[in-house]
Each structure stands twice: as structure tokens, then as C-alpha cells.
Design a binder for this molecule. Structure first.
Ligand code: 13P
Length: 219
């Protein structure tokens, strides 16, 4: 991806997250990695109106390469994800249901109520609260992302990663759906999580049936 493409796609992704209702105003940030370069939304940008010139380019180590605006206050969070995981795209939002689940006292994970959540890697950890933009928050979120495509941030919001920006948005939407499901289930009764064996059976079945992909009719 060229630098121009990266900036265009980050801006388009920020606008899409706002259009999907996953964030409002300046809440949230988006980045994509291409080699040693990271294109990331600038701090204070209204994401629903984000344009390519509101995206800043930095190295994976954090040196600013190009852009008229300073990068997001969560730059450390984005960079630590790139430095310590295989992700190439990151979206951080304050999506309403995800954020609500992340505000429940004593809840440490979003359990797997529905097998679709397994696409995110299983139960979703809630990283302990730390001030936005702090190294403590970045460290806690990276740890919560271990073997997962998404995590929740206590009293703050959600984060999703992916191999592409579209995949990271898909993961943020799936997490928001799972968080809404949890909230609705709790309103009706005690949630029942899938057992470990039930989850393994789903993974086996999904591999066997190549679930989630279209398949040619051999007849
Ligand atoms: P920025 O405007 O600095 O990206 O901050 C938004 C935010 O959501 C911080 O967590």
C-alpha cells in the first residue's frame, strides 16, 4: 500500500466507524501499518468527517514522518500492538454496548454466549482501567489482546485488530454485537456461556464445513 493509499483508507475507515454508530465526535482512533510505516488518525479529529490530511504518518518506533497534525493521544497503544503482535490494522472506539460491558464492576471477561464470538478468539478480556493515552493502558490492552482479535478497555471502550482495516472494523462490529447480546441476555436472565468442549466442537465443525465461505455446488 502506498502512503497516500494508507492515509485515504485510514480516513475512510474512521468515517465508516462513525457511520456504523461505533463512535461519535473525536472519540476513537484508527491506524494501519505498511512495512515500517504507520498511518494513524491525528488527535482531536472528528472521525465522521476525517480526511486524508488529518492522518499522520509515523514509524513503528514513533518518529513522525509526515502530516500537518500531531498523531492520536493513543499512539503508544497502536504502536505497542504493532511491535508486539502480528496485527496490521487497529481500530479503537467507544462503541456503546462494548463500552457498557467494559463498565460493569467485577466483570473481567465478556463470556462466549454465542459461537460467532469464537471468530474473535473466544472470551474477550476487559483490560483494567488506566488513564487514556498512558503507557499503563497500552500495556494492559496489548496483554488483553493475547490470542484475540479484540479486547475491551475498562470504563473506556473497545479495541479491535486485523490483517486489514476492513477486517479490524468487522471485528469491532462483531464485538459490539456480542456485547449487545450479553446486555440483552442479562436483562432477561442469567447468561449461559458455552463450555470449553462446546467451543471446541464449534471450531471442529467450522473447519469441517468451511463455515463462513461460499462453496461451489459440485453437481
Ligand atoms: P484522540 O483524539 O487523541 O485520538 O483521542 C480519542 C480517544 O478516544 C482517546 O482514547
Amino acid at each position: 500500500m502506498t502512503d497516500t493509499e494508507s492515509r485515504d483508507r485510514v480516513a475512510a475507515t474512521a468515517r465508516r466507524l462513525a457511520a456504523e454508530g461505533l463512535l461519535i465526535g473525536t472519540a476513537g482512533n484508527v491506524s494501519v501499518r505498511s512495512g515500517d510505516r504507520v498511518a494513524v488518525t491525528a488527535t482531536g479529529v472528528v472521525l465522521g468527517d476525517c480526511t486524508a490530511d488529518e492522518v499522520t504518518e509515523v514509524t513503528v518506533g514513533g518518529d513522525i514522518l509526515a502530516g500537518r497534525l500531531l498523531p492520536t493521544s493513543e499512539l503508544d497503544l497502536h504502536l505497542k500492538i504493532y511491535q508486539r503482535t502480528g496485527a496490521t490494522a487497529v481500530v479503537h472506539t467507544h462503541a456503546p454496548y462494548s463500552t457498557a460491558v467494559a463498565c460493569v464492576d467485577d466483570l473481567t471477561v465478556l463470556p462466549v454466549l454465542h459461537y460467532q464470538q469464537l471468530l474473535l478468539g473466544g472470551e474477550i478480556r476487559i483490560a483494567p482501567y488506566a488513564t487514556f493515552g498512558s503507557p499503563e493502558l497500552a500495556d494492559a490492552v496489548v496483554e488483553a489482546l493475547t490470542d484475540r482479535q479484540a479486547a475491551l478497555m475498562a470504563n473506556h471502550g473497545s479495541i479491535a485488530v486485523g490483517a486489514t482495516l476492513d477486517k479490524a472494523v468487522d471485528n469491532a462490529l462483531l464485538l459490539e454485537w456480542a456485547a449487545a447480546l450479553y446486555q440483552r441476555t442479562r436483562a432477561m436472565g442469567r447468561p449461559r456461556a458455552l463450555t470449553g468442549d462446546e467451543q471446541i466442537a464449534v471450531v471442529d465443525q467450522a473447519i469441517r464445513l468451511r463455515y463462513g465461505t461460499t462453496q461451489e455446488n459440485p453437481a
